[in-house]
Design a protein around this ligand. Structure first.
Ligand SMILES: [Fe+2]
Length: 324
């Protein structure tokens, strides 16, 4: 494989971060398979094209998946779908789980995750040291059941026709590579630009790119779909650091059930006006203030939130006296 040595240039990150990548941001467009190395011959990334037969089924699935469109804070609209596993997320989803695609379309999901194994074979062959490090880090910290079988990856995303502003990837295990495979047809442009190194990778159809997106600033240059039915898809497979917190599947299911039961219990209690003092933090401030008043006036707290005119006459009188 061709080795291309690159020099890291000092750039002002503020000039790049969160703005669109331009074709003027690189000097060299790399089109052939290669290994990118730095001035000390340390691998920076791998860019290879794999035989179309390997991705035939995957391509068909990727074209058929139902995508979701998000408006990001930076203002760019992106169309994508996540797959694999998801970590706990604060209050809203306090348990680890598979992604919605796994539940909604298990067949597609299996084809997408099965390909991870093929991809990680290429990863292992082209950068064995990083691969071993990656595998060891995942084995040490993440339970087997939260990794995609036969790979060090936990999760991934499919991007559909997304032009991405300059960014660093976030939330992955440090110092290992994300693996990206691209499907491109009737599309011009859409290169992966790395301005610090003055290069862009062509990201041609059926190409695979392995690099550390948390270390290297990158963005996607503008592209145009020039043929009817044209597309540009990229699938990125990675290992989320937060998956370290996931216990075994049964424990996570128990968390999910407990969480749900607690929510149901609280809802029922609230309907009956039976909330305990320490549960009042869930009640809007206005009602918490009423709680003290109701307690003081010896009005049962189940009447908190009841319209004044519907309160028993005796309680209406007490409240009126209090206001005076
Ligand atoms: Fe990225």
């Amino acid at each position: 494989m061709k080795v291309i040595q690159l020099q890291r240039q000092n750039i002002n990150y503020k000039d790049y971060i969160k703005r669109p990548a331009n074709n003027t941001d690189y000097k060299t467009l790399i089109k052939e398979d290669c290994m990118l190395v730095d001035q000390d011959n340390q691998i920076l990334g791998i860019y290879i094209t794999i035989p179309p037969l390997k991705t035939k089924l995957l391509r068909e699935v990727v074209k058929r998946v139902h995508y979701q469109t998000n408006r990001r804070t930076q203002g760019l609209t992106t169309t994508s779908r996540i797959f694999g596993y998801m970590p706990r997320e604060t209050i809203r989803k306090d348990y680890c789980s598979s992604t919605a695609l796994a539940r909604q379309n298990p067949k597609y999901h299996t084809i997408i995750t099965n390909f991870a194994e093929t991809l990680s074979e290429y990863y292992k062959d082209t950068c064995p040291e990083i691969f071993s490090k990656h595998q060891a880090a995942v084995k040490e910290k993440i339970k087997d059941e939260w990794t995609i079988v036969g790979t060090p990856f936990t999760s991934g995303i499919i991007n559909k026709d997304n032009q991405l502003n300059y960014h660093y990837d976030r939330g992955n295990i440090k110092k290992v590579y994300s693996n990206m495979v691209a499907f491109k047809s009737g599309c011009e442009g859409g290169y992966l630009c790395m301005p610090e190194y003055g290069i862009a990778l062509e990201i041609k159809d059926n190409s695979c790119t392995f690099f550390d997106g948390q270390e290297i600033l990158h963005g996607v240059t503008p592209f145009e779909i020039i043929e009817q039915g044209g597309y540009r898809y990229t699938l990125v497979y990675y290992s989320l650091q937060q998956m370290w917190k996931c216990e075994d599947v049964n424990m996570e299911i128990a968390r999910f059930r407990n969480r749900k039961t607690d929510r149901e219990k609280t809802r029922l209690k609230r309907m009956r006006g039976e909330l305990e003092v320490d549960e009042l933090k869930d009640i809007p401030k206005e009602k918490s203030r009423n709680y003290n008043i109701f307690k003081e006036l010896n009005i049962p707290i189940k009447f908190i939130g009841t319209p004044f005119t519907r309160l028993p006459k005796e309680y209406q009188k007490r409240l009126n006296d209090y206001k005076r």
